[in-house]
Write a protein that binds this ligand. Structure first.
Ligand code: NAP
Length: 289
């Protein structure tokens, strides 16, 4: 049970975390901190937060847990501002989609206080953003990854784990490097490709006419191109080395497919499609996604 939760960045993820903990009866009081006052007012009107606070002692000094859920490039600024006001028993975690940069930012901002910072990443989201997009069930049955640091105590990691479990999530622990490598492949590359496909189709002369004929396939493939551009800019920049590696691997497959099409090799084309179809169906079955 958390007496006081502070959410810095009350958007889709921070808002959903607050709502899920409230729905589980796992938090008494939620205070939101943000960038624009209008966003915080909206979050309060929606019942996501109980009060609006700031990165200062009156908000932070009696907090049990602080969730930082801002675009990853904002992390260091936020942590540096909250660091002077943290008491020793307050835990800080985050929701950032990349972990190398976030951990480096936390080390720079928190110094020895890094032991109080347990990095996290809920592998759940939608293409919508802001407090209006938040909902209590977002994390139900979904993976949340923690990438604990050697400075974290087992007890503190367990406290953050429990908070996510109270949101209905399955919590998994992996290392920072593995996290960023895997997420480059299964999340960051698909977002880059979705944005690229929309740009490719609409950016041509007569693009308007092309997209007027688009239907379910285009919609499904590009759903995530409706995601927040600042957030995805920051993620792709933070993990650009891993993302370039994945992009190179994907380019090889595209070139293979191009060669198959050039030589008119229907069997080879179907073999690739069948392999991918089976792999996807297997993943759907296993994950219940
Ligand atoms: P979001 O809906 O856009 O919410 C982000 C919030 O952070 C906004 O309310 C924004 O305020 C606020 N903010 C931005 N800079 C700030 C600053 N310097 N100080 C205080 N508040 C600030 O984004 P989100 O989807 O919740 O993403 C939040 C984090 O979760 C990101 O790190 C992202 O990588 C991660 N994440 C996202 C997803 C996803 O699918 N969306 C999934 C997993 C993890 P304004 O309204 O004033 O701009």
């Amino acid at each position: 049970m958390l007496r006081k939760l502070v959410v810095v960045g009350v958007g889709l993820i921070g808002g959903s975390f607050a709502l899920a903990l409230k729905a589980a009866g796992a938090v008494d009081h939620v205070v939101g901190v943000g960038r624009r006052e209008t966003t915080l007012e909206r979050a309060r009107a929606l019942g996501i937060i109980d009060a609006i606070g700031a990165l200062e002692a009156s908000t932070l000094s009696d907090a049990d847990l602080v969730l930082v859920s801002v675009p990853v490039a904002q992390t260091e600024k936020v942590l540096a501002a909250l660091a002077p006001h943290l008491r020793a028993t307050t835990l800080v975690t985050d929701a950032g989609s990349t972990k190398h940069d976030v951990v480096a930012a936390a080390r720079a901002a928190l110094g020895t206080g890094i032991r109080q910072f347990v990095p996290g990443h809920p592998i759940a989201g939608t293409e919508h953003s802001g407090p209006e997009a938040a909902f209590a069930e977002l994390f139900r049955g979904r993976n949340v990854v923690l990438t604990p640091l050697e400075e974290n105590s087992a007890q503190d990691v367990a406290r953050v784990r429990r908070a996510w479990e109270n949101c209905g999530a399955r919590v998994r622990e992996i290392g920072v490097t593995e996290h960023d490598r895997i997420l480059a492949a299964v999340s960051h590359l698909p977002h880059l490709l979705a944005y690229a496909l929309v740009d490719h189709v609409t950016g041509r002369p007569g693009g308007e006419r092309f997209i007027s004929f688009a239907a379910g396939g285009f919609r499904d493939f590009t759903r995530i191109a409706s995601s927040h551009s600042e957030m995805w800019r920051d993620i792709c920049m933070a993990n650009r080395i891993g993302l370039i590696e994945e992009l190179d691997g994907y380019t090889v497959i595209l070139q293979e497919l191009r060669a198959i099409l050039e030589r008119g090799d229907a069997l080879a084309l179907q073999a690739v499609f069948e392999r991918a179809r089976e792999a996807r169906n297997h993943w759907l079955e296993q994950s219940g996604t």
